[in-house]
Design a protein around this ligand. Sequence first.
Ligand code: ZN
Length: 116
Amino acid sequence: MTEQDSFSLLQDNAKAEAQRSQRSLKEYERTLADKIDSLGLICRAMWELVRGLYNLSDEDLLNKVQEIDLSDGKLDGKVKVKPKKCSKCGRPLSRRRMRCLYCGSWEFLDSAFDTL
Ligand SMILES: [Zn+2]
C-alpha cells in the first residue's frame, strides 16, 4: 500500500465517520422533536383536566405563564433559574446532582423544576 493509498483510506474512514455522526445527530433531533410533541400533548391533556376540575380559563393559564416567565425579570418565553449555592461551602451546585461536587454536602431542591 502506497502512502497515497493510506491517505485515501484515512480520508474515506473520516468521511464515513462524519456521515455516521450526521445521521446519528439527525436521529437524535427527530427523537427530541417527537418527545417535545408528546410533552405538548400531555401538557394539553393535563391542562384540560385541571381547567375542568378547578373551573379555570385559558386566560388564567396565559396569565400564570406570563407571571412565571417574568419571575426571572425577562418576558422571553423562558425561565432562568439562578444556580443554587451549597449551604455548606457556598459554591454553585449542579442542577443534575443533589450533592455538592466540592464538599460533598447533600442539598435539597426547592422545586422539581430546578433540575431543568
Ligand atoms: Zn459544598
